[in-house]
Design a protein around this ligand. Sequence first.
Ligand code: FE
Length: 193
Amino acid sequence: MNILETDGERLLVAVRTLLERKGIVSTAEVMERMAITDAASPGQGARMVARAWVDPKYRDLMLEDGAKAAEALGIPMRGMPPLGVLENTAEVHNLVVCTLCSCYPRAVLGYPPFWYKSAAFRARAIRDPRELLASEWKTVVPDTIKLRVVDSTADYRWMVLPMRPPGTDGWDEARLTAIVREGDMIGVTVPAV
Ligand code: FE
């Protein structure tokens, strides 16, 4: 009996076997990367956001080199594509999409949610992002604020540094971390208290 059920699974095994035979990547390295990706979750990105809110130096580092900023908090980035960070301000709101497939900042957010991979999200994010955010997420970005849609690719991943919401003065990092949701770091929602 063949335990590989689908074409996709057979293709995966074939590619992995080839990479190992050619000495490009070892089984141990593949297993390590899978374990790191499995362990990644939006809580990691949330820690980065909260740190940036309380520490201007960390914010500067994050905007300059997202991967370095992630590593500074102990998030493993070895072997991952570069990570860019887009800062939301009073003038500009950022939205991340992979128009081609599902490229996602997995190292800091974990696996992409189902909607991120959907053809509908990918098309509407380009065609009418303002309408998409308002109708699907109730995130209203007024016309006075520039809405920038950034394409995440296999070579370069993006996350959003959202604005710190009002009413959080004096909050410590742990409390701030707890209010940052996955969607806030993709730009479909904004943090609120
Ligand atoms: Fe992709």
